[in-house]
Design a protein around this ligand. Structure first.
Ligand SMILES: NC(=O)c1ccc[n+]([C@@H]2O[C@H](COP(=O)([O-])OP(=O)(O)OC[C@H]3O[C@@H](n4cnc5c(N)ncnc54)[C@H](OP(=O)(O)O)[C@@H]3O)[C@@H](O)[C@H]2O)c1
Length: 302
């Protein structure tokens, strides 16, 4: 089907350079925003690595893209960000990349836990991305060339709160996970200032994807008829970052109607994302250490 005329118009006007010669890795690229982002990146000339938890889904998404772009260079890798051991294996095999986009995420998973015992939404959207960052960023720092690192947040982080006594409670976990991710990204932007790693945040506004079936439940079919952003328009945020020289640490995404709609622009930062960053990182390190010591005990017991 290819990209729409409106998308191509935006790309011609706002994406100021081609991505030819660049290798871009994107997590959760088999559907929704991740898939469309991969397509836009391929259109812009990038080699793409789709890092997905299901190799079967990733391969069929790759086939679909190749049917449209037969000369595209697309690889797939296995990565389950709800499983620290999968992250370890993935990080060990990480090839050289010029950009790393954390896109994978979940919205509502009542009663579910990650392999390491965290509530599924916090465990995937925040703990998984944090642990993955700790594993891949030092490697990317040593690679000897510039790397763009992007985390995908959501406008809903603007209404979230972080309380450490209810950190892993299911209530409000999606918004909290994205607020934690925004704070972690701020931490990284500062930490890697002046290095080869340029850290950014992107968000897609509001678009009806697989995730929305968990948001809207039985109203999903109706939601699909509502004038939300098309998934293609929502997928322009990361390509916009990669094709422009934005200030490090910027947030890019739709900015109309509280950030839900429109084409990507640099967004104003939410003050909540700038608070208590050190406290969050200390808490997160503690939670990760607990999991790691549990894993060591299990290995010893075997
Ligand atoms: N849609 C929106 O309006 C909206 C708004 C704000 C932010 N976002 C964010 O945008 C990102 C993409 O969401 P989307 O709307 O495109 O939803 P989506 O279509 O459901 O895509 C989510 C992707 O993440 C993958 N994923 C989920 N858990 C994973 C795990 N443990 N390991 C690896 N991959 C995993 C999914 O894989 P499977 O296919 O195997 O499940 C899927 O490929 C998410 O971070 C989401 O929070 C979306």
């Amino acid at each position: 089907m290819g990209l729409s005329k409106k998308t191509l118009k935006f790309i011609n006007k706002k994406c100021t350079r081609s991505l030819e010669g660049m290798t871009v890795l994107i997590t959760g690229a088999n559907s929704g925003v991740g898939y469309k982002t991969a397509e836009i990146l391929i259109y812009l000339g990038a080699r793409v690595i789709m890092a997905c938890r299901s190799l079967e889904k990733a391969s069929s998404a790759r086939e679909k893209l190749l049917a449209e772009y037969p000369d595209a260079d697309i690889r797939v890798m296995r990565l389950d960000i709800a499983d620290f051991s999968s992250i370890d294996s993935f990080a060990n095999e990480l090839p050289d990349v010029d950009a790393f986009i954390n896109n994978a995420g979940v919205f509502h998973r009542p009663g579910e836990k990650t392999k390491d015992g965290f509530e599924m939404v916090m465990g995937t959207n925040y703990m998984g991305v944090y642990y993955l960052g700790e594993k891949v960023l030092p490697k990317l720092e040593r690679c000897g060339h510039d790397v763009v690192y992007i985390n995908t947040i959501s406008i809903i982080h603007k209404v979230a709160k972080v309380r450490y006594d209810r950190f892993f409670s299911e209530k409000g976990s999606y918004a909290r996970s994205k607020l934690c991710l925004a704070r972690y990204t701020e931490y990284l932007a500062k930490m890697y200032e002046g290095t080869n790693i340029r850290v950014f945040m992107s968000h897609p506004g509001i678009t009806i994807t697989q995730i929305a079936s968990h948001i809207f439940g039985k109203w999903y079919v109706l939601a699909k008829m509502m004038p939300f952003n098309s998934t293609e328009k929502s997928s322009l945020s990361a390509p916009f970052i990669l094709t422009n020289d934005l200030p490090r640490g910027s947030v890019a995404g739709p900015s109309k109607l509280f950030g839900g709609w429109g084409y990507p622009k640099i967004n104003k930062k939410c003050k909540r994302a700038l608070r208590d960053i050190d406290g969050l990182i200390e808490f997160t390190k503690g939670a990760v250490n607990k999991v790691n010591s549990g894993r060591e005990e299990t290995v010893k017991a075997k």
